[in-house]
Ligand binder design. Structure first.
Ligand SMILES: [Zn+2]
Length: 248
């Protein structure tokens, strides 16, 4: 199931795409996301036919790429341009003030308390520290994403016994989460920039893939059992997700 690069060149500009074979796919379909075109195809269809299909869909793909790009460009970044004293940092759907305190300690440390990010910044570091602080906040948020995701898993796994084999926190440019064939769940830490309920929805979504490895009616019914108002959250992600994807 490893994607491999292909190119279709109906005009001067070839379209690079990846083929993903799927046991469950009935028809060939094209999925366009930020900077990536994926063709999901049934096992038995030849590469030649897939290529012909992609070539025929050339105009549609161009339009879809433009739409995705437009959406990304029109989604404001939630993060400050530089990490200095007093800026606001996006976290759990809010904007949290950042305070930088010099310390004689040798290592930079991040603390979150009283709705404040506190960064202890070693005096021996000569640069302004913006990039270091950003990296430290990212790693703090990744750890925190893990803790929160485990809480959502605990809340939802008992009902219908949806128990993942493992949980990995990743940085991904075009997806929020995934559930592998052996129920290993991957989650994008950028979800922590949005409201908590949005991360809960993505966790529920991936947990439900433990039972249904597709997006069938039964799948969505199971999601609704866990979160009756899931449509609202799905819509939120479609509308504002690109801003989260821009990161810190
Ligand atoms: Zn899904």
């Amino acid at each position: 199931m490893k994607p491999h690069p292909n190119a279709s060149s109906a005009d001067q500009h070839p379209i690079n795409y990846q083929i993903r074979r799927s046991e469950r796919a009935q028809k060939t379909r094209i999925v366009v996301s930020a900077g990536k075109i994926e063709v999901v195809a049934p096992l038995k269809i030849s590469e030649q036919r897939i290529h012909a299909f992609v070539t025929a869909q050339h105009a549609w793909i161009r339009d879809a790429l433009k739409r995705v790009q437009h959406r990304a460009q029109n989604s404001p970044s939630l993060a400050p341009t530089a990490y200095s004293n007093g800026v606001l940092v996006p976290f759990q759907g809010r904007q949290i003030p950042l305070t930088i305190k010099p310390t004689s300690a040798k290592r930079l440390r991040v603390q979150f308390s009283d709705d404040h990010f506190l960064v202890y910044f070693p005096e021996i570091i000569a640069d302004d520290g913006s990039e270091r602080i950003k990296a430290a906040l990212e790693s703090w948020m990744k750890q925190h994403t893990r803790q929160l995701a485990l809480q959502w898993i605990e809340k939802h796994s008992a009902s219908h016994s949806l128990i993942p084999r493992s949980l990995r926190i990743k940085t991904q440019k075009s997806r929020w989460g995934s559930c592998g064939p052996y129920n290993d769940i991957n989650l994008n830490w950028l979800l922590i920039l949005g409201p908590p309920v949005i991360m809960e929805y993505v966790v529920v979504h991936e947990l439900c893939h433990i039972r249904h490895k597709n997006h069938s009616r039964d799948f969505w019914q199971l999601v609704a059992d866990h979160m009756p108002d899931y449509l609202k959250h799905r819509q939120w992600l479609k509308q504002y997700g690109a801003s989260l994807m821009r990161g810190l």
